[in-house]
Ligand binder design. Structure first.
Ligand SMILES: Nc1ncnc2c1ncn2[C@@H]1O[C@H](COP(=O)(O)OP(=O)(O)OP(=O)(O)O)[C@@H](O)[C@H]1O
Ligand SMILES: [Mg+2]
Length: 446
């Protein structure tokens, strides 16, 4: 049951509230002075405070209430406080609401109105606690992962990517083949690197072959090797990539189609570790962990018969799908900052544009965009124009930024917040950093 601390020197007020709350399944603690209130708060377990403004018979200034309010704020900045006040002190109460009190009610209060406020505040507090617990658990899980595994410098913030990375580290140790799928430039190779770096053969060779880069018939010699004279123009013995990768990892990138014979060979080496060089009948044995990556449409390849089904199922015992950047927009700005480098800074409009763009080329496109921008920007401050994004994206971003507070609104908010930037930012509904940037642009100081 939630618990409310009622601070009032008038016992009748405490009792009335206690009765009211008990009817709504809310516990009440009472304190008849600020000292008792602070002592009870120190014990914890209070979800909300309702406080009077005067506690001694001979004072009516409200100064005691103001002092208590600030003490509670210091102890627990998140604890909601409702002020109970005489009509004559409404102004003080309003000031305190500006300073962070949840609400104020004039005595005599309206039970129903009070209960609505109380219920809302309790629900909000509960929601914030749950969210807080989740972010804490999330942060802990990410820190643990960064400590326990080599994440190869991958940068991400999104839950979607966290899931992929978690899975990659989890399957790294087994020696089953992993297939990494996803559109072009999403970071499939980065994921492959993570699987390799955390595998039991991490210390062994790590060989990468771009299968799509060679004609299918040459690929066979590239993978399995060839004896001298095995094919036209070959004078020397050629060691295949499977042999080079023995005891380690072979990354088959851009795995498109091999010749049908090549596919049979690949299937065999995956199943038994055995193969022969081209032009040789001598069977060789290797132990190789195979990771493959592709952005090809497998359904299409299988249906058209260009890829053997048994090979496909052998390669993708475990499939790691890396989603496109547009589906994990939480990653855009963290990645952008990395690509921009430490000195670089993005204008608010530039950030909005990065978030608005659809990134068909995914992380690779983002990296190129930021590197080019850093090159063309006249200072470390990268503007929307420096990004050279499509006009539609830029327009959208400008509109979004125009919805942001103007100079006058910022000035007013700052003065109302007594120059405290974080508070002004909260009232304006923007982040503290965003407000600082705007203040800088408008030449405003706190
Ligand atoms: N999460 C990330 N953190 C840091 N760098 C990343 C991340 N994702 C991708 N990159 C970088 O972006 C570039 C493209 O990534 P990568 O080569 O892994 O993509 P890919 O999915 O293999 O692309 P393709 O399908 O074209 O082969 C690389 O330089 C890579 O280091
Ligand atoms: Mg790649």
């Amino acid at each position: 049951m939630p618990k409310i601390l009622v601070v009032d020197d008038n016992a009748a007020v405490c009792t009335a509230l206690e009765v009211l709350f008990s009817l709504h399944d809310v516990d009440t603690e009472r304190a008849d002075s600020p000292a008792v209130a602070l002592e009870k708060l120190a014990h914890g377990g209070i979800d909300l405070v309702i406080q009077d403004m005067n506690f001694s018979d001979d004072t009516t200034s409200g100064a005691e209430g103001v002092a208590l309010f600030h003490r509670i704020r210091e102890l627990d900045p998140a604890l909601p406080i409702i002020l109970l006040t005489a009509w004559t002190h409404l102004e003080t109460a309003v000031d305190l609401v500006r300073a962070g009190a949840a609400d104020y009610l004039a005595k005599p209060w309206d039970d129903e109105k009070l209960m609505t406020t109380v219920r809302n505040l309790l629900a909000l507090g509960e929601a914030q606690r749950v969210a807080g617990r989740m972010t804490t658990a999330r942060r802990a899980s990410r820190e643990r992962m960064a400590r326990d595994f080599d994440l190869c410098g991958i940068v991400y913030e999104s839950d979607a990517m966290h899931e992929v990375v978690t899975l990659a580290t989890r399957v790294a140790h087994s020696d089953v083949p992993v297939l990494i799928s996803g559109p072009s430039g999403v970071g499939k190779e980065k994921i492959a690197d993570i699987v390799q770096a955390n595998s039991s053969v991490a210390a062994g060779p790590y060989v990468k072959v771009n299968v799509g880069a060679l004609p299918a018939d040459l690929m066979e010699a590239e993978l399995f090797g060839a004896e001298a004279g095995a094919y036209t123009g070959s004078q020397k013995i050629r060691i295949g990539r499977f042999e080079t990768a023995d005891g380690g990892t072979l990354f088959l990138d851009e795995l498109a189609t091999l010749t049908p014979e090549g596919q049979v060979k690949l299937l065999r080496v995956l199943q038994t570790g055995e193969f022969e060089r081209l032009g040789s009948s001598q069977t060789r044995r290797v132990r190789v962990r195979v990771i493959s990556a592709t952005n090809a449409d497998f359904v299409q390849l299988l249906r058209s018969g260009r890829l053997r089904e048994d090979l496909y199922y052998r390669l993708n015992v475990i499939e790691l799908y890396v989603p496109p950047l547009v589906e994990r927009s939480d990653d855009i700005l963290p990645l952008a900052r990395i690509f921009l480098g430490e000195q670089g800074q993005l204008s608010a409009a530039a950030e909005a544009a990065l978030l608005a763009h659809s990134w068909p080329g995914n992380v690779r496109e983002l990296a190129n965009c930021l590197k080019r921008a850093a090159l063309f920007a006249r200072s470390a401050f990268v503007t929307l124009a420096d990004l050279a994004l499509p006009a539609a994206t830029a327009q959208q971003a400008e509109a979004a930024v125009d919805g942001e507070p103007d100079r006058e609104a910022i000035k007013a908010a700052l003065s109302a917040a007594g120059g405290v930037v974080s508070r002004a930012a909260a009232t304006l509904g923007v982040s503290r950093q965003a407000l600082y940037r705007r203040m800088e642009r408008f030449g405003l100081k706190t």
